[in-house]
Design a protein around this ligand. Structure first.
Ligand SMILES: [Zn+2]
Length: 303
């Protein structure tokens, strides 16, 4: 009887706001961001709130409006950190960091790689590696199994990619398709020359669309090759898409492990202009997935 009386007393006290039977809140709120890294334009307003996926505490409930964050200066290109923090009523705190690249945008969502920090990949030898404006090859890394391609002794690919290319080339030839390898592996020095020359001759905007910043080119992996026709003229233009080889790339390249890397409807995602001639070896499994689901490598890796 004594026990019941005591419980009744505690119950009565708690109706008036006591918290002695309430368990202590030792769990920090769950704080999640929609992304870990984003790009915003120079001098743009950052919508900090929009990157908060959720801020929920077991006890206090939704804490989105209580999330605190620092603001960044977007007047200069570069990479900045936004720290998001949220505390529950018991003082448990959660933190998340958003990396913000402040970039110079041109049309179609394409930005200049100048002033943009790239993460260095740790698996450059992996045929499925993602290299782009935000992911670079380790300095000094070069492939060690390069071979000349079947139709052009001056152009090279890594052994596995080259074997696949030979099959692709022979299949095209068997169909009577005019095919010609223009540019395969490039050294960092060659890519530096290409990039500098494109900027000098055509300007930063054009170079940002069609040329990679040194260290961020798939050609340096020994896994990419520019393929067109032998006839002189516009070998590297959108016209390639309407040619026999351009159509064969679109319909069949994946069967040999190649993906058309810079597609017309994915410009803002790949951050390069449409290049119907640039194919990248990723292996048949991944190439098939990308083809069947109409995905870029960026979408596949959610980067
Ligand atoms: Zn290319």
């Amino acid at each position: 009887m004594k026990k019941i009386a005591l419980l009744t007393m505690i119950g009565a006290l708690c109706l008036t706001g006591c918290s002695i039977v309430k368990e202590e809140d030792k769990t920090a709120p769950a704080l999640e961001l929609t992304k870990t890294r984003v790009q915003v334009g120079v001098n743009s307003q950052v919508d900090y709130q929009s990157y908060i996926q959720k801020a929920i505490d077991e006890v206090d409930g939704d804490l989105i409006s209580a999330v605190q964050y620092n603001e960044i200066d977007t007047s200069k290109t570069g990479q900045y950190e936004v720290q998001y923090t949220v505390k529950d009523e018991s003082g448990n705190e959660s933190k998340q960091t958003l990396l913000v690249d402040v970039v110079k945008y041109f049309q179609n969502g394409i930005f200049s790689p100048l002033g943009v920090k790239a993460d260095t990949v740790d698996n450059p030898e992996d045929v499925t590696v993602l290299v782009n404006k935000l992911h670079q090859i380790p300095e000094g890394w070069t492939p060690d199994d390069l071979e000349p391609v079947i139709d052009n002794a001056n152009q090279k690919l890594r052994k596995e990619a080259n074997e696949a290319y030979t099959k692709f080339y022979n299949a095209a030839k068997a169909k009577g398709i005019d095919i010609y390898s223009i540019s395969g592996y490039r050294t960092n020095a060659t890519q530096t020359l290409y990039w500098n020359n494109q900027v000098k001759v055509y300007g930063e905007e054009y170079a940002s669309q069609y040329s990679a910043y040194p260290g961020r080119s798939e050609h340096q992996l020994g896994l990419a090759i520019d393929v067109s026709y032998t006839t002189q003229g516009d070998r590297l233009s959108e016209k390639v898409a309407d040619s026999a080889i351009g159509k064969f790339i679109i319909s069949d390249a994946y069967k040999y492990g190649f993906t058309l890397r810079y597609k017309k409807d994915k410009v803002a995602i790949t951050n390069y202009g449409y290049e119907p001639w640039h194919i990248r070896y990723v292996g048949i499994d991944l190439a098939t997935k990308l083809h069947d689901q109409n995905l870029t490598l960026e979408e596949y890796y959610k980067q």
